[in-house]
Write a protein that binds this ligand. Structure first.
Ligand SMILES: Cc1cc2nc3c(=O)[nH]c(=O)nc-3n(C[C@H](O)[C@H](O)[C@H](O)COP(=O)(O)O)c2cc1C
Length: 393
């Protein structure tokens, strides 16, 4: 007899439906911590809305009975062009959240990128066998710490290093201010009232809440006090970083080095000239510079300036398989998803993230079938129409 389908799975029929389930399950300050953006959230909204400005042109007579969604990236085969992106404090959404998400990615056959701000250490994540695994870090004021993290990632067998460049100052997250949410989490009066209504999350997290920390920042022999570590992390961010720092990192990391947070075509070109192996066109999910363009709007100019020298990846507002196909049609090699993994975790931990990835897989497959495309390499601009001018994108 087949297993009964859990009720959450029936309700989690789309990424947006998973978001709604997560909203119902999480205390408001925790939900908003993930869901919110910077300032007026213009960029956050625009990330999603901009995808609607491209239409998909079906080609039903092309005969795409079977579709192959796999891609090759940095020498590894991925089962589909969707990667789990770095999100700090995933362990706040489900106990041991990072390892749950990493195992889900592995089971799906795709890559997982660990955030610098993970609750578990990068070594603990590696020990769960996640593969391919990427490690994300910053250029810190203490350059020795940047080097240390890169060396730890190499020792722990990470397949790629992701340098995030758009977080040199912290974005102004007004929902967090309104909710009294801070790192370390302090929920304020309104937040506490909301927490009482989320008994299931509180019960599940009862042991882990005490252990929420920034695992990678704890020094050997030092108590992993979250407040001290959060202060240390914030004080380490360095607005004065420059291409020289990228060069220095390039010298100490021999594997694939990926720059995340690139929106300007000039930066993309310079990155390619600095021996960078790949770019992620990203505005940090609208959490940093409010007013920055949607990533899908910025993508074509970046792809043009790179001229095929290195792969360009993209994240931000990707909520449908059709969004993935549109991004690939405009020249992206793969997409990363941030918030959807946290919604997946909030709904059902590892099973929730696996389910989230399966939604993308099914949707991409369906779009490819309806558009007459049999493999990822065959997705190009001719699949897109810009309805505003009736021309191909
Ligand atoms: C709660 C949260 C934490 C994040 N933490 C990090 C981080 O530690 N490092 C990083 O490079 N990006 C971080 N990001 C940004 C994501 O990697 C990604 O750029 C963004 O979420 C993509 O947009 P999406 O959420 O619309 O998919 C975070 C995003 C969220 C929502």
């Amino acid at each position: 007899m087949s297993e009964p389908i859990p009720s959450w799975r029936r309700q989690a029929y789309s990424i947006e439906a998973m978001r709604a389930l997560a909203r119902a399950r999480l205390p408001r300050p925790v939900f908003d911590f993930a869901d919110g953006g910077a300032g007026d959230e213009y960029t956050l909204r625009r990330n999603e809305a901009a995808f609607d400005e491209f239409a998909l042109l079906p080609r039903p007579l092309s005969g795409a009975a079977e579709r192959d969604l796999s891609i090759s990236l940095f020498g590894q085969r991925l089962s589909m062009p969707v990667i789990v992106g770095p999100t700090g404090l995933a362990g706040l959404f489900w106990p041991d959240g990072e390892r749950c998400a990493a195992r889900a990615a592995k089971e799906t056959g795709t890559a997982f990128c660990l955030s610098h701000g993970s609750v578990c250490t990068l070594e603990d994540l590696a020990a769960c066998g996640a593969s391919p695994r990427w490690m994300q870090l910053f250029i810190y004021k203490d350059r020795g710490f940047t080097r240390e993290l890169a060396e730890r990632a190499a020792t722990a067998g990470y397949d790629a290093l992701v340098l995030t460049t758009d977080n040199q100052l912290l974005g102004n997250r007004e929902r967090d201010i309104r909710n009294g949410f801070s790192i370390p989490p302090r929920f304020g009066l309104a937040g506490l009232a909301g927490m009482a209504l989320k008994a299931e999350w509180l019960w599940r997290m009862r042991r882990d809440l005490k252990r929420i920390t920034f695992g990678n920042y704890a020094r050997p022999g030092e108590a992993a006090d979250l407040k001290a570590l959060a202060g240390r992390m914030a004080s380490l961010l360095d607005p004065s970083m420059s291409w020289k720092d990228v060069e220095d990192l390039r010298k100490i990391w021999s594997g694939p080095l990926i720059l995340k947070g690139v929106l300007h075509p000039d930066e993309a070109r310079i990155a390619a000239e600095h021996g960078i192996d790949g770019l992620i066109a990203s505005n940090h999910g609208g959490r940093q510079l409010d007013g920055a363009p949607a990533t899908i709007d910025a993508l074509p100019a970046i792809v043009d300036s790179i001229g095929g020298r290195i792969p360009v990846l993209i994240d931000g507002g990707i909520r449908r398989g059709s969004d993935v196909v549109k991004a690939l049609a405009l020249g992206a090699k793969a997409c990363l998803v941030g918030r959807p993994q946290l919604w997946g975790l909030a709904v059902a931990g590892e099973a929730g993230v696996t389910h989230m990835l399966s939604i993308y897989r099914q949707e991409i497959d369906r779009v490819m079938g309806l558009c007459g495309v049999t493999n990822i390499a065959a997705i190009d601009k001719t699949i897109l129409l810009q309805p505003r001018n009736g021309r191909n994108a």
